[in-house]
Design a protein around this ligand. Structure first.
Ligand SMILES: CC(C)(COP(=O)(O)OP(=O)(O)OC[C@H]1O[C@@H](n2cnc3c(N)ncnc32)[C@H](O)[C@@H]1OP(=O)(O)O)[C@@H](O)C(=O)NCCC(=O)NCCS
Length: 167
């Protein structure tokens, strides 16, 4: 069996695996502030709207299985934010700390160059792996908003990290 990780654009049939990885994080951590799993129907809506609006979704595939994914999304609705996109990145728990996150993020950053001026990552303050990953890829931690989120009976601090892309 080939053991090579392939990074490629996501396809509609990847949506259940993408959603499974997201829902694991929702149900087992405070890193994503959703408090209930995302339904498959909502996940397809999310994927279709990304395709329609031209926001990339990429996956890391190993032996036919999606083991991680990353996407860009609209940051805020106001048109002055058209130059900015928000990054999401999730790696399946069995495949972490092997460089998959770094490969996904650097690929996404290359795709974003020339298209966006600024990338934003919204990271909960205890999410050391994420803070390290984004720092490693040149993101700068600007500001921590104290107790802006609430999940599992805990107030959660959120750090906004940004990276300005070269023109
Ligand atoms: C954050 C995440 C995507 C990192 O993916 P990954 O494939 O493990 O990342 P990498 O293997 O490329 O590691 C990148 C760096 O992150 C850091 N890192 C990774 N796992 C870590 C851990 N468990 N503890 C501390 N730092 C860690 C390391 O600094 C690592 O660099 P190094 O290998 O030189 O030490 C992954 O941990 C994840 O999916 N977490 C849950 C979902 C999540 O928090 N998403 C982000 C929401 S903003």
């Amino acid at each position: 069996m080939e053991n090579k990780i392939r990074i490629r654009p996501a396809r509609r049939e990847d949506v259940p695996m993408i959603n499974g990885i997201l829902n694991f994080a929702i149900m087992n951590t405070n890193y994503n502030l959703n408090t209930s799993p995302r339904s498959e129907e909502r996940a397809y809506e999310w994927f279709d709207s990304h395709e329609r609006d031209g926001y990339p979704v990429i996956v890391a595939e190993l032996n036919g299985e999606v083991i991680g994914w990353s996407s860009l999304s609209r940051f805020r609705e106001y048109s002055g934010y058209n130059i900015t996109a928000e990054v999401s990145i999730y790696v399946s728990v069995n495949h972490r700390h092997k460089g998959v996150g770094t490969t996904l993020l650097t690929t996404l950053m290359t795709m974003a160059k020339g298209r966006y001026h600024c990338l934003v990552a919204v990271v909960t303050d205890n999410n050391w792996a994420s803070l390290a990953l984004f720092s490693r890829c040149g993101f700068f931690a600007n500001t921590t908003f104290r107790e802006i989120g609430y999940k599992n009976n805990t107030y959660i601090d959120i750090t906004f990290m940004t990276k300005l892309l070269e023109k």
